[in-house]
Write a protein that binds this ligand. Structure first.
Ligand code: KDG
Ligand code: MG
Length: 409
């Protein structure tokens, strides 16, 4: 089965997405997600200019060989642009292989290890009432695990807090990329955040009881000792995880955090290879791997990463915000269903325009996701609908401290 075409589709229904569509000589097509929030066109160019010409004529069944060829023949290794491009090819080839086999992709990954995939949603509020309201709405939608993000007195714009409910009045999800010509400037004050957050979790536990799994994302803003202090302060509220408590390029820093707190730690949404986790996994410094299939070289690389993590009782928590397209989400769900060390899946839900461009077979019922039983990934791209939504420049915001210093966002 030879690859005869590979097309890069950039579309912006509710936000920008990069999709690779591979076509084989027997008419089977496969889709892969290469979306890299705020840097979409770099991946589109990497694919169109440097990868597509290499794919034409290759055997679509040779997924491992194609992965190794793209990774090693570039000479330059790793990085989010390269690994998103490789992921797009890899996932499209798995889609094709599963369609050729007439099976949903999870069957090729070993079959289902569970009946459903526990998802968490993003609740947020500018004050306690708005936060409680957002949590209740998520519970009504069926979510059984909730990420809690809140405004902090003295800070104008905090990551993860939706300023207002979306127009349908139902969704409180937070979309960080803004369609602005320049990145929006936000402000940050770690001491104010550390003072405020434990009280918020105390209030949420008092209101919603001890059983509801609660998560929180620190979004890389603390130093290791600040992260250690927060983890310790949150222990009475029994978090499912504290995510990205400190920037983790320095993996050694997590030793300090780990020595001070039993709050479970999740890290990795900005990582793109297994090497980013080498110390974190080998020394069991984290509890959940947060990589996205889309940014970590696809199903082939994620499977190896999660199998490595499994030997150390570390589970999956695959990245699933709205900047992962429905194609990337579907790939995550097939993997979630198949692996033994599944932990939880992030699920924010896309908007109506995105769902029109990407027709999906996955379901969300009673808090559990399922990829569906269609052969392949179970996602179809409506190219005519995609063409109605051309690319629009959009950037993630950045942070400055009160004295003007740029801080991690
Ligand atoms: O593109 C950046 C987002 O994917 C990121 O800010 C979302 O932190 C995030 C999360 O946990 O979903
Ligand atoms: Mg995060």
């Amino acid at each position: 089965m030879k690859i005869i075409a590979a097309d890069v589709v950039v579309t912006s229904p509710d936000r920008n997405f990069v999709t690779l569509k591979i076509t084989t000589d027997d008419g089977i097509t496969g889709l892969g997600d290469g979306t890299l929030n705020g840097r979409e066109l770099s991946v589109a160019s990497y694919l169109a200019d440097h990868v597509v010409p290499l794919l034409i004529g290759r055997d679509a069944h040779r997924i491992e060989d194609t992965w190794q060829f793209l990774y090693r023949s570039a000479y330059w290794r790793r990085g989010p642009v390269t690994m998103a491009a490789i992921a797009a090819v890899d996932v499209a080839l798995w889609d094709i292989k599963a369609k050729a086999a007439g099976m949903p992709l999870y069957q090729l990954l070993g079959g289902a290890s569970r009946t459903g995939i526990m998802a968490y949603g993003h609740a947020s509020g500018r004050d306690e009432q708005e936060l409680f309201d957002s949590i209740r709405r998520h519970l009504e939608q069926g979510y059984r695990s909730i990420r809690v993000q809140t405004s902090v007195p003295g800070i104008n714009a905090v990551y993860g807090v939706a300023a207002q409910p979306s127009v349908d009045g139902k969704r409180y999800d937070y979309e960080p990329a803004q369609r602005t010509p320049l990145p929006a400037e936000e402000d940050w004050d770690t001491r104010a955040y550390l003072r405020h957050l434990p009280g918020v979790f105390e209030a949420v536990r008092n209101e919603f009881g001890p059983e509801l799994p609660l998560l929180h994302d620190g979004h890389h803003r603390m130093t290791p000792i600040q992260a250690a202090r927060l983890g310790k302060a949150l222990e009475p509220y029994d978090l499912f995880w504290l995510e990205d408590c400190t920037p983790a390029e320095n993996q050694d820093a997590l030793r300090l955090v780990r020595q001070h707190t039993t709050t479970p730690l999740a890290i990795g949404e900005v990582f793109n290879t297994v090497w980013d986790y080498q110390t974190l996994i080998r020394e069991q410094l984290i509890d959940y791997v947060r990589s996205a299939v889309t940014h970590t070289g696809g199903i082939t690389a994620m499977r190896k990463l999660l199998d490595f993590a499994a030997q150390y009782q570390i589970k999956s928590g695959i990245h699933g915000p709205t900047d992962i397209s429905p194609v990337g989400m579907a790939a995550a769900l097939h993997l979630d269903l198949a692996i033994h060390n599944f932990g939880i899946q992030e699920y924010m839900q896309h908007g109506a325009a995105t769902n029109e461009v990407f027709r999906q077979s996955f379901t969300f019922e009673d808090g559990y996701l399922h990829p569906g039983e269609l052969p392949g990934l179970g996602v179809e791209l409506d190219e005519q609908a995609a063409a109605r939504f051309p690319y629009q420049p959009a950037y993630l915001p950045f942070n400055r401290l009160k004295d003007g210093t740029v801080h991690d966002w």
